[in-house]
Structure formats: structure tokens, C-alpha cells
Design a protein around this ligand. Structure first.
Ligand code: UDP
Length: 381
């Protein structure tokens, strides 16, 4: 193979999270030279996990990540790279002085209203709470008022969502609430997907295994500069979409999270995630990390209170906001991106979407396959 041919079969991937790792691995398996850079000092992006130095508890450093999917290929893929343990996410919420199960299920409804409904009665009761005049809910608030009514909306969603998103639920799309089901049985698993679990040693070794290929070079603590693309035929960009263009049209809005860690002995709250629905509690939830690894035994415990706020330029971007204003700006950035030759935008930051891990992996697998099928070409989006 000549030097020129080598250069033609070489890509630069910006970001060593799930998108970058999955694309990189597929291309390396196909014989491409893959250079991955990441501005952080670690791989695995926001699903990075690390053991707490004092207690040994496995910590989800950027907040809770529970793997769940209906995609059998994605499930097989992640299982090739680590051992998954069975895990059900049983979320609780504290609201108005009581603790309830989420997502809203028959137990939540009966407990909240002091009833002993069976499924059909609960469904009829909740239907009567809902505002039937809202025929085509567009906003988060309309979706809530239509399907659960004002009491449950106020108790579980309104305050939490104001804290989480920093705006009124009437400004947010219904799609955010559609992530959460309402169940008329006692199933309290947060997710309804066929496959779910937790990687036994956390996500970092899983991503390390995906990246473990002689064709892949990973360079950490390295910020992209345009000269780095030289010598590569294609760039896969999983950093912030607006960052690729030096924010020249303005910044796409994100929510960032602050984690206030505290530790102690024993069991602090008895579950992995406790949400706080009340507006006057400043944090959205408390995560007790050892409950994400229930097969491990720890006398000590590490917890994080999670606070959400608007991200500044130096903050870690977590949730794309995607309100009307951002959607217009997003459209302008997508137009810029579509004019880019030789670059493809991937993942939560690269496409500015609220993506679960399984969707991120699926899209990265598909992008790599399309790139290879087209002989090393792929459009920006
Ligand atoms: N949500 C809420 N109350 C809760 C949990 C969630 O109002 O106790 C809303 C909130 O707006 C959140 C959305 O539902 O952003 C989706 O929740 P999910 O648990 O999927 O959020 P994530 O874990 O991704 O932050």
C-alpha cells in the first residue's frame, strides 16, 4: 500500500465517547487507520464511570446511565465488549412529603389518591382527571394535563421540569414527557425495553474494549484544530455542532449539571435514584451510586445531589434545550454542516439531540456501515 493510499484510508474522529468509539472500531476492523482525539483526559464521554478513590464505589461521574434497548444488534454489540449484569431502574420520587414510585403506575396512583383501584378503574379515573379538550398535545404541559391531569402533573412533573430545564413546561415539547410511560399495573421498572442492564465494571472498560484495536490511536486532553484534519480523508465529529464552526452563528443552548457529592456509611436512601418533585428543593435528584452495582458490597456510600442550570461556555454540555430559538439556530448550523465536504456529525453533541446510549450506538454503527459502503464517503448528516 502506498503512502497516498494510507492517507486515503485514514480518518480523524473527534470525541472518544460512544459515537467515536463505535465508528472508530468499525472502520479499524475494515482496515482504516483511525485517529481519535478527545479534549477530556478520559475516554467514554458522559457515560464515563470511575471508582471513588476513598470507598471504591463505582461512580457514574456525569450522572446516572442505565443501559436499555430494544435493539438486539446493539445489545449483542455491547455484550461483546463487557459483561452486563441484570439491572432494573426502580426510580422513586419525593413529593409533597411522601415517596412514590416512578414512572406513574398503579401503585403511584393508588398511593397518591388513597385508592385501591384495579387497572381498569385507575385508567378510567385518570382519564377523567385529564383534560380531554387537549386533542393534540404539543407541549410538555399539554401532554401532562391531557394524560395525567393537574394533580399528578403538579406533584411529579411541573416542579421537577422547571428545575431541570429552567423554563415553563408549556415551553417544552411533549416529546420530553413521552419518554415516561403511565402504567395501569404494578410494573415499576423505569424502562420497558427488552434488554437492559449495567456493565459489571462500569462503562469505561466497555468503551476501552471497543477502542482496543491496533488500527486505533486515541489521544486525550487534545482539542481539535483544523490542521489536525490534514492527511485524513474524513472527519467524524462528535463534539458540539456549533463548536465545529467556532460558534460563529451563536451558541446552541444546553443545560449543564452540577453534582454535589457527599459520602457516608451504610445506605443513604435505599435506591439508586430519588427524584425530588417539589420546586422548593433546589436539586432534581439524588443518586446513590452503589445501588447501580448491587452485586458489589460496600460499607461506605457515595451520593450526588444533582442541580441543573444553563450551561456557560466553559461548562460540560448535557441536555440540548431545543426550544424555538435553538431550533432556528440549529437549522442554520445544520445548513452550514451540510455544505461541509468530508465531515460527518454524530451523537448527542454533534447532532444536538437528546439521545439515549443505545440510539447513539445504533446511529454510529449505521454511519460506519454507510461510510464503508460508499467507499469512504458520507454526508454531514
Ligand atoms: N421528569 C419529571 N419528573 C421526574 C422525572 C422526569 O418531570 O421525576 C421529566 C423531566 O422534564 C425530564 C423528563 O421527564 O427531563 C425525562 O425524564 P428522564 O428520566 O428520561 O430524564 P433523564 O434521566 O434523561 O434526565
Amino acid at each position: 500500500m502506498t503512502a497516498t493510499t494510507d492517507a486515503q484510508r485514514s480518518v480523524l474522529i473527534v470525541g472518544a465517547g460512544l459515537s467515536g468509539a463505535v465508528v472508530g472500531r468499525a472502520l479499524a476492523d475494515a482496515g482504516w487507520a483511525v485517529q481519535i482525539i478527545d479534549s477530556r483526559a478520559h475516554i467514554a464521554g458522559n457515560c464515563y464511570t470511575a471508582r471513588d478513590a476513598d470507598t471504591g464505589v463505582l461512580v457514574h461521574v456525569y450522572g446516572p446511565h442505565i443501559f436499555h434497548t430494544d435493539d438486539a444488534d446493539v445489545w449483542a454489540y455491547v455484550n461483546r465488549h463487557t459483561t452486563f449484569r441484570a439491572f432494573k431502574n426502580r426510580v422513586k420520587t419525593t413529593s409533597q412529603g411522601a415517596v412514590y414510585a416512578l414512572p406513574i403506575n398503579l401503585h403511584t396512583i393508588n398511593q397518591f389518591y388513597g385508592k385501591t383501584f384495579g387497572p381498569a378503574d385507575a385508567q378510567a379515573f385518570l382519564e377523567a382527571q385529564g383534560d380531554a379538550s387537549i386533542t393534540d398535545p404539543q407541549t410538555f404541559e399539554e401532554q401532562a394535563l391531557r394524560f395525567v391531569g393537574p394533580d399528578l402533573y403538579e406533584a411529579f412533573f411541573k416542579g421537577y421540569t422547571e428545575k431541570q430545564w429552567g423554563c415553563a413546561p408549556s415551553e417544552l415539547p411533549a416529546s420530553i414527557l413521552k419518554r415516561l410511560p403511565v402504567r395501569f399495573n404494578y410494573e415499576d421498572d423505569y424502562f420497558a425495553h427488552r434488554f437492559q442492564g449495567m456493565p459489571e465494571d462500569g462503562y469505561t472498560p466497555m468503551v476501552a474494549s471497543i477502542l482496543d484495536h491496533q488500527g486505533i490511536t486515541v489521544t486525550l486532553s487534545t482539542t481539535f484544530t483544523p490542521d489536525m484534519a490534514r492527511g485524513h480523508t474524513h472527519v467524524f465529529w462528535s463534539g458540539a455542532l456549533d463548536g465545529y464552526f467556532d460558534f460563529r452563528l451563536g451558541r446552541l443552548g444546553y443545560r449543564t449539571l452540577d453534582f454535589e457529592a457527599f459520602s457516608g456509611v451504610g445506605d443513604y436512601q435505599g435506591c439508586a435514584v430519588m427524584n425530588y418533585g417539589d420546586r422548593d428543593v433546589p436539586y432534581t435528584r439524588i443518586t446513590e451510586h452503589k445501588h447501580f452495582s448491587p452485586w458489589e458490597s460496600h460499607d461506605s456510600t457515595v451520593c450526588c445531589r444533582e442541580f441543573s442550570r444553563a450551561a456557560g461556555p466553559e461548562d460540560v454540555p448535557y441536555y440540548p434545550i431545543r426550544l424555538v430559538e435553538e431550533r432556528a439556530l440549529l437549522g442554520d448550523y445544520v445548513a452550514l454542516a451540510q455544505a461541509c465536504e468530508g465531515a460527518t456529525f454524530l451523537g448527542r453533541l454533534g447532532t444536538y439531540r437528546y439521545l439515549d446510549m443505545d440510539v447513539t450506538i445504533r446511529e454510529a454503527m449505521d454511519a460506519a456501515e454507510a461510510f464503508l459502503a460508499r467507499g469512504g464517503h458520507l454526508p454531514a448528516f
